[in-house]
Design a protein around this ligand. Structure first.
Ligand SMILES: [Zn+2]
Length: 329
């Protein structure tokens, strides 16, 4: 369904047509049974993966840091807090206010009820948010609790993102002009997802998500015909020397004439599109070069086209498996 929908429009469609099904009733019915949420979370991730064109091998945290969509467990509890604020603001004669007052009384007495369930859900977020019953019973305190849930979400995504070995090319981003180097929010819709050519956009996305078919990733997939291959032996199919990573393929390998000329043409185009880029790239590591170009909006289309062409070149050659790793019957 989402194969040809551009990601930005796909996220709007998601909020309009999919999200309502995933949050139905969540403001009142709390997720005290974590297992009951699993299927809904899988559906959310499946939609975003199809929208971006990435596989199930990519890290789940990227689905949220790159699109700005909110993980379902956080979205549902935030809506519950919204309902709490609404109920607290109602006049005392309204049934919803009376029901809430009863729940608050039960919670103060230590009896399980909707308020204690809400405390439990907040406490069992990936980064726990501990709140008192008095905080949940005071309309003036609820916005503060909401802010703490947002902080918990940012902290959770940041920790998972930094811990992922696959996030190398997505790190050290900045927003705005180079002189300001404003740090990017941990989760927002990223400019490279607005690229108009689907093949270029998906190929670049898969590359930076470490969801590509270069040897560094491809040779860790299971294959009954070969033994497991350590990363240091997943070498380039052209030079058989360095590990075949995105940085090596895009920037380092010089054992294929077409690859070298493609690279020279890319940097010449880049210099023309972003004057002065050469000085900024000088002295940077390969990963830092890709990180920097990825944060430059005028250079994104060039980077995506270059990536697509280079990976197509690699795809046309058989992947190299060192002979000692083949299983001989
Ligand atoms: Zn090579």
């Amino acid at each position: 369904m989402t194969g040809l929908v551009p990601p930005w429009e796909g996220t709007r469609l998601y909020m309009a047509r999919v999200d309502p099904h995933l949050i139905h009733g969540c403001d009142v019915i709390l997720d005290i049974d974590a297992g009951s949420l699993t299927d809904l979370e899988l559906l959310q991730c499946k939609y975003i993966r199809r929208l971006l064109g990435v596989s199930t091998r990519c890290s789940r945290v990227f689905l949220f840091t790159e699109t700005g969509l909110v993980p379902l467990n956080y979205r549902r509890v935030l809506l519950s807090l919204g309902f709490l604020a609404y109920a607290l603001a109602q006049p005392p004669e309204r049934l919803v206010h009376r029901a809430l007052a009863t729940a608050l009384r039960l919670a103060r007495d230590g009896t399980p009820c909707w308020i204690t369930d809400l405390q439990w859900v907040l406490c069992h977020l990936p980064v726990a948010v501990d709140v008192l019953v008095t905080d949940l019973g005071d309309a003036a305190c609820v916005p503060g609790v909401v802010d703490r849930v947002h902080d918990s979400l940012d902290s959770h995504l940041q920790t998972r993102f930094q811990a992922s070995a696959r996030s190398l090319l997505l790190r050290n981003r900045s927003d705005g002009p180079p002189s300001t180097t404003t740090p990017c929010p941990v989760a927002q819709f990223r400019p490279y997802l607005r690229l108009r050519i689907p093949d270029h956009r998906v190929t670049l996305t898969r590359l930076v998500f470490s969801d590509h078919a270069l040897a560094a990733e491809h040779l860790c997939w299971y294959d009954a015909q070969r033994h497991g291959i350590p990363l240091t032996d997943r070498v380039c199919r052209f030079c058989h020397v360095a590990v075949e990573t995105p940085v090596h393929a895009l920037l380092d390998c010089r054992h294929h004439a077409a690859l070298v000329s493609l690279r020279d043409a890319f940097f010449a185009d880049l210099q023309a599109r972003v004057p002065g880029i050469g000085a900024r790239l000088r002295g940077l590591s390969g990963a830092a070069v890709i990180q920097l170009v990825l944060s430059m909006r005028p250079a994104l289309a060039l980077l995506a086209r270059f990536t697509c062409t280079v990976l197509a070149l690699y795809d046309r050659a058989p992947i190299y498996v060192p002979p000692q790793f083949w299983i001989v019957e």
